[in-house]
Design a protein around this ligand. Structure first.
Ligand SMILES: [Zn+2]
Length: 299
C-alpha cells in the first residue's frame, strides 16, 4: 500500500506582500521536487475583497498545477463555522474564554442558512475571480459544527479537512509542554472517514512549521519523519499542514523540513505526493475512506 501525502497551506489570500511571497516561494520550491500543494484560500479575507496581488499569485499557482480549495469566507476570527476546537485551543488557550464571553453573539452564526450562505458566497468568489470549483473545505482554526457539515453537503462539497491526528507540532510554544515527540489522538480514525451529513473528513497529521519551530529543527525533522512513517501503516491518504505565516517565519527551515519529508517518504517507499483536488477527481480519496467518525461536536 502506497500512501498519498498532501502538503496543504492555510490562509492563502490573507495578509500582505510578505505572505504572497512566502506562498510563491514554497510553490516554486515544491515544483523543483515535482510536488504540488493544496492551498486553502480565504476568499474574502477580513470581509474585504481579495487583493489583485493575491489573485495573480493564486492564478499563477494554479497554472503551475497547485490546487486551490476553500478556507472559510472571511476568517475574521477563529469562530466562523463553529466553536473553537483542539488543537487551536492549545495554541491559543484564550479562545475558550473568548467563546464563552461572546457566546450570545456567536451562537446565531451556526444556523444552516447562515453557514450555507457563507459557503455559497465563497464558492461564487472562487468561480468568478479564480475560475475554480472547490471540492474540499477547511474550517478556519478547525472550528466546526454539525450544521456546517450539512451546509457543505447542500453546497455540493463532500470533503472537509480540519481535525488533527496530532497536535505535538505546537508543543514548542511557550505555554505548551515543550516535548516534541509523537503523540496521536485515538478518538477518531486516522484515515479519511465519513462524518456528519455524509461528508468525508480528512484528518490533518500534524504541523511542523508553526512559528518558532525552526529553533528546534532537529527534533522537528525527527518528529516529521516518525509521523510520516507511521501514517503509511495506517492510511492511504495523509495530510500535512503549513500556514503562510508559519513558513514565512523561516523559509529556509520550511524548505529543509519539506525536503526531509519528501525524501523520507520516497526513499523508504512509503508513497508519493498529490493534491487533494487530484485525489477527489481520481477517486483515491473516496477509496481511502474507512469507517465513520464519532459524534463529538457539541454544536
Ligand atoms: Zn486559517
Amino acid at each position: 500500500m502506497a500512501t498519498r501525502y498532501v502538503w496543504t497551506m492555510d490562509d492563502a489570500g490573507a495578509g500582505g506582500t510578505d505572505m504572497v511571497e512566502a506562498m510563491r516561494r514554497v510553490c516554486r520550491f515544491l515544483e523543483t521536487r515535482g510536488v504540488r500543494m493544496t492551498l486553502f484560500v480565504v476568499p474574502k479575507p477580513g470581509g474585504q475583497p481579495m487583493s489583485e496581488e493575491w489573485m495573480n499569485a493564486l492564478r499563477e499557482a494554479r497554472q503551475s498545477g497547485h490546487d486551490l480549495q476553500l478556507h472559510g469566507l472571511t476568517h475574521e476570527d477563529c469562530f466562523e463555522f463553529g466553536p473553537p476546537n483542539w488543537p487551536a485551543t492549545d495554541v491559543v488557550p484564550s479562545f475558550i474564554e473568548e467563546f464563552e464571553r461572546r457566546r450570545e453573539e456567536l451562537m446565531p452564526r451556526y444556523t444552516l442558512p447562515n453557514l450555507r450562505a457563507r459557503i455559497e458566497e465563497g464558492l461564487a468568489i472562487f468561480r468568478e475571480r479564480l475560475g475554480v470549483e472547490p471540492t474540499v473545505f477547511r474550517a478556519p482554526c478547525g472550528a466546526m459544527s454539525k450544521p456546517m457539515f450539512e451546509a457543505l453537503r447542500q453546497s455540493g462539497i463532500g470533503y472537509e479537512s480540519g481535525t488533527f491526528i496530532s497536535g505535538t507540532g505546537y508543543d514548542h510554544l511557550p505555554h505548551r509542554s515543550g516535548v516534541i515527540a509523537q503523540r496521536w489522538v485515538g478518538d477518531f480514525p486516522h484515515t479519511p472517514f465519513r462524518w456528519y451529513s455524509d461528508v468525508v473528513e480528512i484528518p490533518i497529521l500534524n504541523e511542523y512549521t508553526w512559528r518558532g519551530a525552526w529553533q528546534r529543527e532537529q527534533e522537528f525533522l525527527a518528529l516529521a519523519k516518525e509521523d510520516v512513517s507511521r501514517i503509511a501503516q495506517e492510511s492511504e491518504v495523509a495530510v500535512l499542514l503549513t500556514h503562510t505565516h508559519g513558513v514565512a517565519d523561516n523559509l529556509d527551515y520550511a524548505f529543509r523540513l519539506m525536503d526531509t519529508v519528501i525524501e523520507h517518504a520516497r526513499a523508504n517507499g512509503l508513497g508519493d505526493f498529490a493534491t487533494l483536488g487530484e485525489l477527489v477527481t481520481n477517486g483515491e480519496l473516496e477509496r481511502a475512506v474507512q469507517g465513520t467518525g464519532p459524534d463529538i461536536l457539541s454544536i
